[in-house]
Design a protein around this ligand. Structure first.
Ligand SMILES: [Zn+2]
Ligand SMILES: [Zn+2]
Length: 341
């Protein structure tokens, strides 16, 4: 089987490897699609460092190929699945208090992590989420990032008909938009790039604004009888994105810093704005098992369409070009399609 091995930043080797044998408590998956997410882009660019060589890829889908003899869950060969490839230990403090997304041992064993850029992969049954046959492999590869957005919206405790402000309309901003729409929210997307604003509008944003031309706070108060947005997700790592969002919030609003920053980011804020308005500012990292189930159901029920977010598909041999497109700043998701020649 083929595996794309990152041997140094910017350099993949496409290796021929034996198809792995599932142990008795493991399942062999034939991988069919895997997104090139920010994590892979940062590994490729060298902005994030993990022990190399490794096979990246954590937004993967495929089908069950073989099932170990001691797997207790009733699984069927051929079943279409989305995969959770960021391993949780199940043993540390956070795993045991139900916050496995904060697992202390996530990145400890590089051999059991990521791996979606190979034709076959062996996983534990709890890493498998069945997907309806009506969902394509491409669509199923969005289950993981979608689960992260669901986790984010749940952390904000959004309520139906609330006004949500999404700052940034990259892939994650737009996935928040799709998930938020399915939760009955009224959504304003703030994005300086006009092509991305058009995409946000096409995907059903109630309002789309250019933060360079429109005062977010004034706009938010205009559409809410002077109240302001009641919740906000910041998906843009731009240092100038956060403060205008905070100033546009209603009293008792909640703000989630969803984006990761490549460097340490200190942003000066008027803390009295937070104090006087009882604002809650939080962050989210990854997703839990329930979030993943909910993402897979949203896709399986046909509640959301992620196809407009597929910018390009690549084969193993075109992976370098796929990363170039992904890193260009103009793309949404680029997918490695394992069976594409
Ligand atoms: Zn991801
Ligand atoms: Zn853990």
């Amino acid at each position: 089987m083929k595996a794309a091995v990152l041997i140094a930043p910017g350099k993949f080797n496409i290796e021929e490897r034996p198809i792995p044998e599932p142990k008795e408590n493991e399942v062999l998956i034939k991988v069919e699609a895997c997104g090139i997410c920010t994590l892979e882009q940062r590994l490729f660019s060298g902005a994030m460092r993990l022990p190399l060589p490794l096979v990246p890829g954590h937004e993967a889908s495929g089908r069950i190929e073989a099932i170990g003899s001691k797997v207790v869950e009733e699984l069927v060969p051929g079943q279409r699945v989305a995969l959770d490839l960021v391993e949780r230990c199940g043993e540390c403090y956070y795993c045991r208090i139900g916050k496995s997304n904060l697992c202390l041992n996530r990145y400890k064993d590089a051999a059991r992590m990521l791996g979606g850029f190979s034709e076959y992969i062996v996983v534990r049954p709890n890493q498998i989420f069945s997907v309806s046959d009506s969902v394509s492999y491409e669509e199923a590869s969005f289950a993981e990032p979608l689960a992260c957005c669901i986790h984010s919206l749940k952390r904000l405790k959004v309520a139906m008909t609330e006004d949500l402000l999404i700052v940034g309309a990259g892939t994650m901003g737009l996935l928040h938009l799709l998930a938020g729409r399915s939760m009955g929210l009224r959504i304003t997307v703030s994005e300086p790039n006009s092509a991305r604003r058009e995409m946000a509008a096409a995907l059903g944003a109630d309002f789309v604004i250019d933060p360079k031309a429109t005062d977010i706070s004034g706009f938010g108060r205009d559409i809410t009888d002077g109240i302001g947005f009641s919740s906000c997700v910041v998906t843009s790592p731009s240092p100038s994105a956060l403060e205008p969002a905070i100033l546009a919030m209603a009293k008792a609003a909640r703000i989630n810093i969803y984006t990761a920053y490549e460097d340490v980011m200190h942003i000066p804020l008027d803390l009295n704005t937070i104090h006087r308005n009882e604002l809650l500012i939080t962050g989210t990292e990854g997703r839990g098992q329930e979030d993943f189930f909910q993402a897979v159901r949203l896709l399986s029920f046909g509640k959301i369409d992620v196809n407009p977010l597929i910018s390009a598909r690549t084969s193993f041999s075109g992976l370098g070009e796929g990363f170039r497109i992904a890193l260009s700043g103009d793309a949404y998701r680029v997918l490695l399609m394992h069976s594409m020649l």
